[in-house]
Design a protein around this ligand. Structure first.
Ligand SMILES: [Zn+2]
Ligand SMILES: [Zn+2]
Length: 355
């Protein structure tokens, strides 16, 4: 009898909920939209240096990892290093105000590091009716990349301005402006951006045939981070990452790429068989990144530009292949992995593991 009464009661509740389904959805969507539009993760930040991966993957399609993209917040200023596919959307999903991005820094011009540029510049522009274009720092050649994207997005920008008006999409802020620099020689760091307590320097890294390739050191008050971009193990990174709190280093696992090579050969895929050999000579392995971290004496190592994509549960330990024994403070990055380093402390806090 009691069970029957409960079933009847549940049926009645379900009927009422079904009847009011649209009202409930409306309320949820309205509240969600308010939350999304007013959400600013930076309001919760202590004074310090904060790093999030807006893309933890490399060029290979991965179910959960976007193209290489790192957001660095120094105090209250946002900087982005590289704009891989989906980076801009992840920045918004993580609750950062896209419209307030101060500048973008490119490590090199491989497609996976620039293919989200158009989207990032557009979303930054219309998110805050930005009157000035996005500054894009990079080694010589960045002018060509930027002018190509500006041209490709010209018609889109004109349409948006025509439709939304200057109050949303002022033409003065459309696109990007290139800020080229001469790649610094080995052994020197070039000051690229200096504003109050924030210093960003460019350092040459070793990406094989891809030259120049740049890493960036970011300092904010007494905290620091180094972003390698794509690089082999490099003495220059050891030198300029020395003593930094957080080293964000690319990593490619030769053992897993070797298995891909074996599979490609087995099915007669000559293209993948060649690619899976070629890429071994211009990325660091997790072990080499760990050696760099140990030699540089950094506080923590965050691996990103993860190649190949990690798909199976527990695959991280095979990817690392013993790197933790060389340097124990390692995190394998995912989209959304975030660290905070408050000033006046030695803390390097993992604040979020994934999106
Ligand atoms: Zn890459
Ligand atoms: Zn590359």
């Amino acid at each position: 009898m009691k069970i029957l009464f409960t079933l009847v009661f549940l049926c009645l509740i379900t009927l009422v909920l079904l009847d009011q389904r649209e009202d409930i959805y409306d309320l949820l969507i309205f509240q969600g939209a308010q939350l999304q539009m007013s959400n600013n993760r930076m309001n919760d930040f202590e004074d310090g240096l904060h790093v999030s991966l807006c893309g933890a993957g490399g060029p290979m399609p991965a179910p959960k990892a976007s193209g290489p993209c790192v957001i660095v917040v120094a105090g209250q200023k946002q900087f982005v290093i590289d704009a891989g596919t989906n980076g801009a959307r992840n920045i918004a999903r993580m609750g950062y105000p896209l419209g307030e991005i101060e500048a973008l820094f490119l490590t090199h011009f491989h497609s996976d590091h620039i293919d989200g540029l158009g989207e990032l510049a557009t979303l930054r522009w219309v998110s805050a009716a930005n009157p000035r274009p996005l500054k894009v720092f990079g080694p010589r050649g960045v002018e060509d990349v930027v002018s190509g994207f500006n041209e490709a997005y010209r018609a889109s920008a004109l349409h948006r301005n025509e439709h939304h008006g200057d109050g949303v999409a002022p033409l003065s802020g459309r696109g990007m402006v290139a800020k080229p620099f001469h790649s610094p020689p080995l052994g020197t760091a070039l000051e690229i951006f200096h504003d109050g307590n924030t210093l960003i320097e460019a350092v040459r890294v070793d990406h094989g045939v891809v030259s120049p390739a740049i890493g960036y050191r970011v300092k904010y008050k007494d905290r620091s981070a180094f972003i390698s971009g794509d690089s082999n193990k490099s003495a220059n990174i050891v030198r300029f990452a020395a003593g930094t709190d957080l080293l964000i280093h690319d990593a490619l696992a030769p053992n897993l790429v070797g298995l891909m090579n074996k599979a490609a050969k087995k099915i007669g895929n000559h293209v993948m068989a060649k690619i899976t050999v070629d890429i071994l000579d211009y990325h660091a392995s997790p072990m080499e990144a760990a050696e760099t971290a140990r030699e540089a004496g950094v506080g923590h190592l965050l691996l990103y530009h993860i190649v190949p994509p990690l798909i199976l549960p527990g695959q991280s330990s095979i990817f690392l292949d013993g790197a933790e024994a060389i340097f124990p403070n390692i995190t394998v990055g995912h989209d959304g992995t975030s660290f905070s380093m408050p000033v006046g402390t030695k803390e390097i806090k993992l604040t979020r593991d994934a999106l």
